[in-house]
Ligand binder design. Sequence first.
Ligand SMILES: [Zn+2]
Length: 145
Amino acid sequence: MAEPKRISRIRKPEQMSLEAWQVALRRQFAQEQKFRVKNIGAEPVFSEFHVTNPQTGKTYRVAVRGERLGDNYCSCPDFATNTLGTCKHVEFTLAKLRRQRGAKAAGALVHSLWLTGQVRTRFLEKEAAIITETQQRNEKSQGTM
Ligand SMILES: [Zn+2]
């Protein structure tokens, strides 16, 4: 699988807003971490989690309420001060939950994407055929004039 381009921590990509860049950095960082996540609530997804960094031994409390920025909470100092509504612990937990749910949903999603692709390809082929036909007809009619 192709590696996505790494986002620079030092220089903001030109097409990105400052906020989007800071969120992307935390997502990128979360992908490279091996945090331990323990569900300490009652629900499988919208629950509370203890997220531990095995390297530092630090544990933070993450509350998952939704997929959007600002839906969730983390007790770490970065979350408290960055005003982004997310942090590497929140992003790590969301990614893990998506993978768990994804395992079940992946089959259906891949199939629906494949179908969408098929329909689109057929539509484009048909459109291309009509354009070619029209061009040929135009050329012919121009030739006879
Ligand atoms: Zn955090």
